[in-house]
Design a protein around this ligand. Structure first.
Ligand code: PEP
Ligand code: MN
Length: 356
């Protein structure tokens, strides 16, 4: 349940209503929205209390959330959340491109890869230093040294950097090396201990969708981050596991219009891990932007055949440049029209997804 107050309602009145709810044992959360008060009631409330709230003149709307989340709900903000990653804005109408290799493979390699990403027009540089590999014998990443090399390569080119954190014990290294955005990978989407620790780190978080996670589970993982102090959450669709084996995963573009109705959070798409096949990645990137994504995250490598991880899906430098030019063209044609958010107040519970 989300209470949206009339603009100009005094703080005293808001506090009085919050105190009333807390006397009933209901937890509340105040929206970071500037300009007007929006309060989420975390716990379910009785019909009598609901009727009482609706009667308050300062309460303009009482909105049901679209699902079992509160802070992530569309009605918790007036405007879409715009996340700044080291000054690069994600969400709110402009298109962002994150590009780089799957893994940082050493100083010279990340410098070359960063230059390719910058020349192609990407604003943010990616590169894994702690890699979640299916085989324990596969390259596991350069660790802290990889973070240092990534950050240096980004700094030299004015590109903030994104890298995956797999465990809370790695967070101090991410902080010390100045990693601008923490990626939580698909395999860790429901690692709730990690989500809580990452939320506390004071950096934006890119939350990838789990390999077999429903949208409802994904948004609740985002809610963990929001509930533990991180307002700067970006969702990233990266394909889900289905019966289809022709592609690495199946890209679920349905989430784009759906999430626009359910949440205020920005949404990116990673077509590289979704498809796993370079030749189909550009079309998926274009389709993502057309369906309302705030941007894309793609893997590229100067010589994919020699890459230490995910080389089979890495784009060549020219392919990356073409992809970025194309997504910008699509964004320009649409002019932000489809990035607009759906109704803030979902209203009827009949539209809600089932709670797991
Ligand atoms: C990655 O970005 O390199 C990665 C491992 O992604 P995902 O968690 O989506 O598989
Ligand atoms: Mn990868």
């Amino acid at each position: 349940m989300i209470l949206r107050f009339e603009p100009g309602t005094s703080e005293a009145r808001i506090h009085a209503l919050v105190a009333r709810l807390e006397r009933e044992g209901k937890r509340t959360a105040l929206s970071p929205e500037a300009g007007r008060a929006i309060v989420a009631v975390i716990d379910p409330i009785s019909a009598a209390l609901l009727a009482e709230l609706r009667q308050q003149p300062e309460v303009r709307e009482v909105c049901e959330t679209s699902g079992p989340w509160r802070r992530a709900d569309r009605a918790f903000r007036d405007s879409p959340t715009v996340v700044s990653i080291g000054g690069v804005l994600v969400g709110g109408g402009s298109i962002v491109v994150i590009a780089g290799p799957c893994s940082v493979e050493g100083e010279a390699a990340i410098e070359e890869a960063a230059e390719i990403a910058r020349r192609a027009g990407a604003q943010l540089l990616r590169g894994g230093a702690f890699k979640p590999r299916t085989s324990p014998y596969a390259f596991q990443g350069l660790g802290r040294e990889g973070l240092r090399q990534l950050k240096r390569a980004g700094e030299r080119r004015g590109m903030p950097v994104v890298s995956e954190v797999m465990d809370a014990s790695q967070l101090p290294a991410f902080m010390d090396e100045g990693i601008d955005c923490l990626q939580i990978g698909a395999r860790n989407m429901q690692n709730f201990t990690l989500l809580k620790s990452a939320a506390n780190a004071g950096r934006p978080v890119l939350l990838k969708r789990g390999l077999s996670a429903t949208v409802v589970e994904w948004l609740q993982a985002a809610e963990y981050l929001l509930a533990h102090g991180c307002d700067d959450v970006i969702l990233c669709e990266r394909g889900i596991r289905t019966f289809e084996t022709a592609t690495r995963n199946t890209l679920d573009l349905t989430v784009l219009p759906l999430l626009r109705e359910w949440t205020h959070l920005p949404i990116l798409v990673d077509p590289s891990h979704a498809a796993g096949i370079p030749s189909v990645i550009p079309a998926l990137a274009r389709a993502s932007i057309a369906a309302g994504a705030d941007g894309v995250a793609v893997e590229a490598h100067p010589s994919p055949r020699e890459a230490w991880s995910d080389g089979a899906q890495a784009l060549l430098p020219g392919e990356l440049a073409a992809l970025i030019a194309e997504v910008r063209m699509i964004a320009a044609v649409l002019g932000g029209r489809f990035a607009a958010h759906g109704r803030a107040c979902a209203g009827s519970s009949s539209r809600s997804p089932a709670s797991p």
